[in-house]
Ligand binder design. Structure first.
Ligand SMILES: N[C@@H](CCSC[C@H](N)C(=O)O)C(=O)O
Length: 401
């Protein structure tokens, strides 16, 4: 095996179906036993026909049949030419970041996941790669920072945790017109390919923490990245093989299994999230959710995505009150992450975004009292009851007799 990207599985179904059908239909035409589920090739190495090697697989770091099936399936649902599965969402971003060289620049949002902020800070310190943090809710705010040094424009939409929206088509157009060497990269974790496909909106690379909606059950860590550009795909594969961060066979199998129910899970989670949003808004909380007509970018989000998803955040105006609410919830587990079938509650400034230094959070006007809710598939009446009880016990709502 050389550094050359393995070719995709020989046979892809010609006919395309709607997303919910495509996502549950995993092509496996070459299986010698006609297995209905893609088998786990739990093998580190593969026997070769002769001393010259040349088999389709030689070593699982370079390629493994279970991972290949997963990657082909992911490419199909992401609208990508090539997709890759790696060991975590941060690994996916790290692979992309290795396309950036010392002296290059990155433009990124000023509301973004704490782990992403940490990796960008690391690149600045270790390799002199500067990131300009801008307000990506205004597409034109990227313009002053685009130059021949720009290598990546990194967007989250919706952002984590303030659920702000970036205009992918307009920003991609600006970047491609002004900087032909720059790549527009979108973290699509919060939407999943079911609701939004950044590559169809003009982005060059889309990536996910597959730990979240793609896998759906919080039983594995994985990252996924996809592109429509063969040359970019070759570079990404080179990094993955060189650094050995491709996803192992068992986790590839688990992810392939989990992703089949993405549409049905997301439909239910989103339905529940709309009810939670309406409940919180009815009590006057400041809620951040693109499914609310009060969201300042409701229309923009609707142009890019087919739904608002199931992550929302809200402000209480009081950090201690927020802590009491989070700790009073019972059905909502206090956990980082999102996209699981179970509902989660967290305080980003203390948890998922704690790695952003307090002074930086203050500069970026990050609300320290913010509570993030990641809505699962439970019966929504139970979720509402539990949240209402927590709000009452914490003193955010008067107790019901
Ligand atoms: N201790 C971890 C926290 C991970 S947060 C995971 C996730 N992306 C989220 O937004 O909840 C770290 O510091 O990286």
């Amino acid at each position: 095996m050389t550094d050359v990207l393995p070719s995709p599985a020989a046979s892809f179904k010609e006919k395309r179906y709607r997303f919910a059908t495509e996502v549950v239909t995993v092509d496996n035409p070459d299986d010698p036993h006609h297995a209905a589920s893609v088998p786990i090739y739990q093998s580190a190495t593969f026997k070769q026909a002769g001393a010259g090697g040349g088999g389709e697989y030689d070593y699982s770091r370079s390629g493994n049949p279970t991972r290949t099936h997963l990657e082909n399936h992911l490419a199909k649902i992401m609208g990508a030419k090539r997709a890759f599965a790696v060991t975590s969402g941060m690994t996916a971003l790290d692979v992309i970041a290795r396309l950036v060289q010392a002296g290059d620049e990155i433009v990124a949002g000023n509301d973004l996941y704490g782990g992403t902020n940490r990796l960008l800070t690391f690149l600045a310190k270790s390799q002199n790669i500067k990131t300009h943090h801008v307000d990506t809710t205004k597409a034109e705010s990227v313009l002053p920072y685009l130059s021949e040094k720009t290598k990546l424009v990194l967007l989250e939409t919706p952002t984590n945790p303030l659920i702000r929206i970036a205009d992918i088509p307009t920003i991609s157009q600006y970047v491609h017109d002004k900087c032909p060497r720059a790549l527009v990269v979108v973290d699509n974790t919060m939407m999943s390919p079911y609701l939004q496909r950044p590559l169809e909106l003009g982005a060059d690379i889309s990536y996910h923490s597959a730990t979240k909606y793609l896998a759906g059950h919080h039983d594995l860590m994985a990252g996924v990245l996809g592109t429509r550009d063969e040359a970019v795909a070759e570079q990404l594969y080179y990094v993955i093989n060189a650094t050995g961060c491709g996803l192992g066979p068992f986790d590839s199998w688990l992810l392939l299994r989990g992703v089949k129910t993405l549409a049905v899970r997301m439909d239910k989670q989103q339905h529940n999230a709309v009810r939670i949003n309406n409940f919180l808004e009815s009590y006057g909380f400041k809620v951040h959710y693109p499914g609310s007509t009060n969201h300042p970018q409701y229309e923009l989000h609707k142009k890019m995505a087919t739904g608002p998803g199931a992550v929302l955040s809200f402000e209480t105006g009081d950090i201690a009150l927020s802590e009491r609410i989070v700790e009073a919830a019972k059905l909502w587990s206090i956990s980082v992450s999102f996209g699981c079938v179970n509902s989660l509650i967290s305080m980003p400034c203390r948890m998922s975004h704690a790695s952003i230094p307090a002074h930086v959070r203050a500069e970026r006007e990050f609300p320290e009292d913010l509570i993030r809710l990641c809505v699962g598939i439970e019966d929504v009446e139970d979720l509402l009851d539990d949240l209402k009880t927590a709000l009452e016990q914490a003193g955010a709502l008067p107790s019901t007799p």
